[in-house]
Design a protein around this ligand. Structure first.
Ligand SMILES: [Zn+2]
Length: 152
């Protein structure tokens, strides 16, 4: 199993507002990000797929094909758009970095042939990013999560 990552970027506007809250509540929670006129970011997307290397070309996935899928499913949809107003999945979900990562996962899941989606990472700024690995199908008990030396 090997992991292959392709990057893409898009520019988009958004704002943070819980529509069931008052202006005062939104400003208290989100500060200037609650401005309903929105503001923009240059998002950077990293999509990691996992699979086995095809010995003939030496690829997990053809990188041009992966680029084309990212362009078709995400960049052409989100680039130069107002996420809250123009992208259906954000009509009722606040387009935080975390929610954008989940939405991109949902757009890409099952679209990459011969590989499975492993991680979607979205950078909102150089120092802020969110990772999403899809729904985890196995649960880990608390005993397994704790390092043995931390169990008194
Ligand atoms: Zn923002």
């Amino acid at each position: 199993m090997i992991f292959l990552t392709r990057k893409a970027d898009f520019s988009a506007a958004h704002f943070y507002r819980n529509l069931s809250w008052t202006d005062e509540q939104n400003i208290a929670a989100f500060g200037k990000c609650a401005n309903p006129q929105g503001h923009g970011h240059n998002y950077v997307l990293e999509v990691t797929v996992a699979g086995e290397v095809d010995p003939v070309p030496g690829f997990v996935v053809d990188l041009q094909l992966l680029k084309d899928i990212l362009e078709r499913e995400v960049v052409s949809v989100y680039d130069h758009r107002h996420l809250n107003h123009e992208i259906p999945e954000f009509a009722s979900i606040i387009p935080t970095t975390e929610n954008i990562a989940v939405a991109i996962w949902n757009r890409l899941d099952g679209k990459v042939p011969n590989a499975r989606l492993h991680r979607v990472r979205v950078y909102e700024m150089d120092d802020i990013f969110a990772d999403y690995y899809g729904e985890q199908t196995t649960s880990v008990s608390l005993e397994q999560q704790a390092a043995p030396e931390l169990i008194a």
